[in-house]
Design a protein around this ligand. Sequence first.
Ligand code: SD4
Length: 289
Amino acid sequence: MPTVFVSTWPDTGLPCVRRASESYSENQDLLRACEDGLIEVEMDPRFQAIGYGGLPNSDGEQELDAGIMDGRNLEAGAVCSVRNIVPVISVARHVMQDTTHVMLAGDQAMRFALSKGFKPRSLHSRNSLEKYENWRKDKHEAEVAHLVHDTVTIVGREDPGHVVAACSTSGLAWKLPGRVGDSPIVGGGFYADDEAGAAGATGVGEDIWRFMLSFRAVEFMRAGMTAQEACDRAVAMMVSRKPKTREHVSAVFAVSKAGDWGAAASKDGFVAWTSVDGKYESYEIRGAP
Ligand code: SD4
């Protein structure tokens, strides 16, 4: 049965699944592969909703959120509102492995990162500074940049049925300082359980969190649905209960413990990248009917 990675958005998805797949070939370590895939895109300043070069909050500061979950034992680690540290997915991994907690927040999460040897740095790139200055001059830009989607979520699956989910983001551009979205929330932005499968989400964090899209998709797989059926059902519930969720793209994608995968979205525009046994492909996901 296949080794599968699925990740998010046209520009970020390929480098993420490619790095994850290479890392997996080198180490046969699924957790590390998912972490490595996210590090690759966090450290690349071209991507505007994650890590270094992510678009900042309304104060001009990046506040990063990330989380990771191991389907073998339901261990999870997450950080939210972390400033001046990358890669935050690795800080989340330390929370999972070195503490008894699931999430650390803000300055205290940063202190924890420093204690683990991370070095503080500015997260601005020339692009993020320029975009922020433009937004301050003309808040109309908010409309445009709000829709920049580079949040990267990844799910991975290996034989005989082990799954991992992980996510990293700088969140919505120009967000209120202190705002946290779905991405670091276990069950919101990501979830993994070897008894069913793994799921991840991206889009409007408030909607994804309200509907716990990742947890919902995993629970539908537990009840016997394929990954595609589980994602379709989770999104169908969201758009019918709250039709306004169709105004922006919110997506959930999943891989089952058997290795089938699927994705669904509230609106056209989501792209998923996959690596199935090291072969890369992208898929445009149509909005819910
Ligand atoms: C958030 N879900 O913070 C993230 C944003 C996102 O692509 O996915 N952008 O709400």
